[in-house]
Write a protein that binds this ligand. Structure first.
Ligand code: CP
Length: 317
């Protein structure tokens, strides 16, 4: 795998390989020394044109845990503020000889453009409303850890699907692993077109109890140019996930950041059925696996178990 721009760059085997590799990296995360030498001498540039807490910090940690050099650039405070274009910024950073560039951009398609301008591997850390492939992979990892498999799992993605790159990537990844996906919310935020991605479309939570996993999305108020819901009060009345709507057996996920009290009530965020903290922790090991895949290459095509992967050699220096 050279670049990771979209979940469409992967097939089921590739997702399962990344999840397996992340599981092995998870074993290292429990050791006193969490670092591996796998990417020693490599340079990873994190180029963030949009706000991020989880994705940026976990990509930085992931690269450092694999012993890569890491350069973090956020648009605010850089020469982007002076009008430097993405292309010129990339040309400038390319002078440092990066091996990988991780990019988050408000513009759909920016990572694909970047991949045409650089010899570095490109990893999409979220582009506009288009894709957030590493979020979907960490969600697959989180569910695999909890359930063993997503085969036959019934997953409801609830909320602002329209503006959500997470929803687009998760629908594709969850389905590839054998789950059935329903997207639910008001018609203005859950257009019928999502059926084209293979999801069932619902405009009420009447049948929510059939879900094994309920994946709530953030109301992306900053991306809403028009008033797509009559009021947040009406949205919460009809679609907020709270203790009344969520069954005790159902697992709850959210990519973060959460609008506490809007898409989720405080009680369910902090409940034992919430996997939100597991998702954050998974970000590090899954992004280690993705950086390893794009920089150290796919493992040889043998039946060799991932536990024998060179990625798990102990840190020697
Ligand atoms: N889930 C996610 O992408 O969170 P951040 O915006 O904090 O990176």
């Amino acid at each position: 795998m050279r670049n990771l721009v979209s979940i469409e760059d992967l097939d089921r085997a590739a997702i399962e390989r990344i999840v397996a590799l992340a599981t092995n990296f998870g074993q290292v995360a429990d050791r006193p020394i969490k670092k591996l030498p796998s990417l020693r001498g490599r340079l990873v540039i994190n180029l963030f044109y949009e706000a991020s807490t989880r994705t940026r910090s976990s990509f930085e940690l992931a690269a450092k845990r694999l012993s890569a050099d890491v350069l973090n650039l956020v648009s605010s405070g850089s020469s982007v503020d002076k009008g430097e274009s993405l292309r010129d910024t990339v040309a400038t950073l390319s002078a440092y000889g990066p091996d990988a560039i991780v990019i988050r951009s408000p513009h759909a398609g920016a990572p694909a453009l970047l991949a045409g301008w650089t010899h570095a591997a490109v990893v999409n850390a979220g582009d506009g409303k288009h894709q957030h492939p590493t979020q979907a992979l960490l969600d697959c990892y989180t569910l695999t850890q909890r359930l063993g498999s997503l085969e036959g799992c019934n997953i409801w993605i609830v909320g602002d699907v329209l503006h959500s790159r997470v929803a687009r990537s998760c629908i594709q990844a969850f389905r590839m692993l054998g789950a059935q996906v329903t997207v639910a919310g008001p018609p203005t935020l859950v257009p019928d077109e999502f059926a084209q991605l293979g999801a069932t479309v619902a405009h009420s939570l009447e049948d929510l109890r059939e879900a094994d996993v309920v994946y709530a999305l953030r109301m992306q108020l900053e991306r809403m140019e028009d008033s797509l819901v009559p009021s947040l009060r009406e949205y919460t009345t009809n679609f907020q996930l709270n203790a009344r709507r969520l069954g005790a057996r159902q697992l709850l996920m959210h990519p973060g950041p959460v609008n506490r009290g809007i898409e989720l009530s405080g009680e369910v965020i902090d409940s034992p059925q919430s996997l939100i903290t597991n998702q954050v922790a998974a970000g590090v090991v899954v992004r280690m696996a993705v950086l390893y895949e794009v920089l150290a290459g796919a493992p040889p095509e043998t039946d060799q178990p991932h536990s024998q992967s060179p990625a798990l050699e102990p840190q020697t220096a």
